[in-house]
Structure formats: C-alpha cells, structure tokens
Design a protein around this ligand. Structure first.
Ligand SMILES: Cc1cc2nc3c(=O)[nH]c(=O)nc-3n(C[C@H](O)[C@H](O)[C@H](O)COP(=O)(O)OP(=O)(O)OC[C@H]3O[C@@H](n4cnc5c(N)ncnc54)[C@H](O)[C@@H]3O)c2cc1C
Length: 375
C-alpha cells in the first residue's frame, strides 16, 4: 500500500520519464511537466552498459531498444596503430539472450521513453514550468506557469544539471563545475567491421565508436581543455579531425576523412555535480542529473538517473510512510551514484594529467563490477 496517491514529476528527461512510468505501475496518479514545448532531445549517441539494459527490461522498453538501437557485448580496445590489445567483457544482466551493452541515438531513446510514459497513463504537460512549490503536513501545492495549480502527495524534481527544483529547495547546494575536459561526438555511417564499441588508446586522447543502429554509429573523443572557452561551430569538423591526427589505425584514418563541415557534430564541455545528502525535503525529492551529474567516463549517467526512477517508485509504492520511503530511497542510491560521479571524475583527472594507466584500468574494472550489482 503506497502512502502517495498523486505525484508530480518535474522534467521529462530520461530520469523523469523512468520515474513516471514506474510510479504509474504502483497505481499512483502522475502528472509530468516538461519545460520544452517540443519535448526535444539533443545530442548524438548514448552508450549503454549492462545495468542500463537491465533497467530497460524493467521499464518495458527492451524490445523497442533492441529493434531501434544496437545491442552488443562489451568493447574492443586497440593501440593507436590499430593493434587489438583486449576486450572489455560485459555481464548479461538482462538475461542470457540479451547482450550486456549497446548504444542508441538519444532522440530515439527519448521517443521510446516518451511513448512508454504516455502509454503508462501519465498526464504529460509540455511547455510548462513551475512558479512555486509550497508544502504543508498533508501535501505539496505547486503553481504552474500556465496558470494551473496542483496538489500532490509527492513531487519528483528531475529537471537536470541546472535544476530549478534544487535551486528553489536547496539554494546553498553545490553548483555544477567545469572539469577541464570536453567531449566531441559525431554521427557517421557504420562500416561492417564496427560490430561493437571500439576504442583506441592514444598518448593524449582515447577516441571510440559505438554503433547506434544497423546503419549508423557515433564517434566520441574526450579532449583536455583547461579553459572552457567558446568554440565556433564553423571550426568543429577541423578541430575534431585534428584530434585524430596522432592515430595511424586504418579505420580511424578512414573515419577522419569522413568528418566534414556537413557532419552532425556535438561539442560539449563537461560539468559535474554531486549534491550531498539529503536529496529530499519533506515531500519533494530530486533524482537524476539534478543531484548527481557525472562526466561520461563510465557511460553511466543516464543509467543511474533511470535507476533512481525505478528505486524511488519501489520505495514509494511500499507500505512505508512517505518520509521513511524517501529515506530508504536515499540510502539505496547514495553510494552507487557517488561512486559513478567520483570515479568518473578521477578517470578524467588521470587522463588530463597523464596519470597511471593501471589505476585507470582498475577504476574501470571496479566500477563495472559495482554497477553489475542489484540496485
Ligand atoms: C557529453 C555527455 C555524454 C554522455 N554520455 C552518456 C552515455 O554514453 N551513457 C550514459 O548513461 N550517460 C551519458 N551521459 C549522461 C546522461 O546524458 C545524463 O546523465 C542524463 O541525460 C540525465 O538525465 P536527466 O533526466 O536526469 O536530466 P536531463 O536529461 O537534463 O533532463 C531534464 C529535463 O528537465 C527539463 N526541465 C528543465 N527545467 C525544467 C523545469 N523547470 N520544469 C520542467 N522541466 C524542466 C529539461 O528540458 C529536460 O527535458 C552523458 C552526458 C554528457 C554531458
């Protein structure tokens, strides 16, 4: 028996949609507000580990992902010359027949989740911000930018890195900080030889490719940029090609030539933020990037945000009083999310300072083992 009958989810990103779908499964009435009238999703591909595929299964979107994205086991590592140096294994957490990883275009995953959100019976309100959140002993009153007012037992802030819910409830919370690295991503045609995620270990960068469908893949390169200066999109293709110049691997040489001014390229300075506990105040709780925004070094930011939604709904749907349910949610999520944010930051530091390759490999291994644990 849940102590919440009606919930509001603020933010229709991956975390908010996962929370809405799972809260509906607990019989809770759900409103979701998304500030963007077009509910758009930007960016290139997104890499998915075994734990994310396991979460997709629970959400009920595994079939759609397997149809529209690309599932594959682990990753293959190369030297800059192209010589294979090893395979990173991936546990099959979603069942013996489902590969333990993969990738998909962000807008495709957003569409799949949006369809599942609407199908769950969630009432979606697009182009809507909130103006105030007021709490008393019995509930939360929210005033919206479209003039409506709603009364809820639970409010979930899933409004991302620059969360207004966080700024409103916790004005002293740490601000997102630039980490010193940026990521370049480009969508390219998928050659037949790219059967899974491939990475090349160079002296300064570690480019990789990951198939996002049968015909396309995305390329990613992390760059050390001590100053977070503006980069003119006119220069994107030239700068991305330059980062690949130190590699002689035949596939990378070929791919470098395919990066042109017409390519779809996304440049993103990396920011991170870990909100100290608690992540809730009264009946308002925050999830996803709003409380634990990570750099992509473990490709697990979306994973832990989606998992927040799963665990939150399970706790709120239990027979615990709401305050206790939110404490239980916090204690189940804290260590795992802290681990992803802090280990990802450490991996970035090692890359920027040319630090120990052994420590880098050990952190990757330990993190992957930790992520494979039940949530
Ligand atoms: C360069 C880069 C690469 C990444 N690669 C990976 C990867 O390969 N694998 C992986 O797992 N993770 C990756 N991540 C992390 C992942 O993208 C994020 O962790 C994830 O998208 C966070 O989802 P979210 O729903 O918590 O937040 P967001 O995606 O930020 O969603 C928040 C939503 O709330 C809406 N919103 C904002 N304010 C309001 C408001 N006031 N009212 C209503 N709505 C509002 C926004 O419009 C948005 O739709 C990467 C991140 C970066 C930066």
């Amino acid at each position: 028996m849940t102590s919440a009958r009606k919930a509001l989810v603020i933010g229709g990103g991956f975390s908010g949609m996962a929370a809405a779908i799972e809260l509906r499964k607990q019989g809770i009435e759900v409103d979701l507000t998304e500030i963007d009238p077009g509910w758009r999703s930007y960016g290139a591909g997104i890499s998915l580990g075994a734990a994310t595929i396991r979460a997709f299964k629970q959400l009920g979107i595994l079939e759609a992902f397997l149809r529209e994205g690309n599932a594959a086991d682990g990753a293959r590592l190369h030297l800059g010359s192209g010589q294979v140096i090893g395979e990173l294994p991936a546990p099959r957490l979603a069942g013996p027949d489902v590969p333990g990883g993969g990738a998909i275009m962000r807008p495709v995953l957003a569409r799949i989740l949006a369809e599942a959100t609407r199908a769950s019976g969630t009432q979606v309100h697009l182009g809507v911000d909130f103006e105030s959140i007021g709490q008393d002993a019995d509930g939360v009153t929210v005033r919206f930018s479209d003039g409506r007012t709603g009364r809820y037992d639970l409010v979930v802030g899933a409004d991302g890195l620059y969360s207004k819910v966080r700024r409103t409830l916790f004005p002293d919370a740490p601000k997102p900080r630039y980490t010193g690295q940026a990521v370049w991503r480009a969508v390219l045609p998928r050659p037949a030889e790219v059967d899974k995620a491939l990475m090349w270990i160079g002296p300064h960068t570690k480019p990789g490719v990951n198939p996002v469908s049968k015909t396309e893949m995305y390329m990613f390169i992390t760059e050390h940029r001590p100053v977070n200066a503006h980069v003119d999109p006119k220069d994107f293709a030239r700068l991305m090609r330059a980062l690949l110049e130190e590699f002689s691997a035949p596939l990378l040489v070929k791919l470098r030539e395919q990066i042109t001014e017409q390519s779809s390229i996304v440049f993103r300075p990396l920011e991170a933020m870990l909100m100290p506990q608690p992540w809730h105040q009264g009946r308002v709780v925050m999830i996803g990037d709003a409380v634990h925004a990570t750099t992509p070094h473990l490709a697990s930011g979306a994973c832990i945000g989606i998992e927040d939604g799963l665990v939150l709904a399970e706790c709120v749907g239990s027979d615990l009083p709401l305050a206790k349910a939110l404490e239980t949610f916090q204690s189940r999520r804290w260590e795992r999310c802290r681990m992803v944010v802090e280990n990802s930051l450490r991996l970035g530091e090692i890359e920027m300072t040319g630090g120990s390759k052994e420590e880098h490999a050990q952190i990757m291994r330990d993190s992957m083992m930790a992520l494979a644990q039940p949530i």
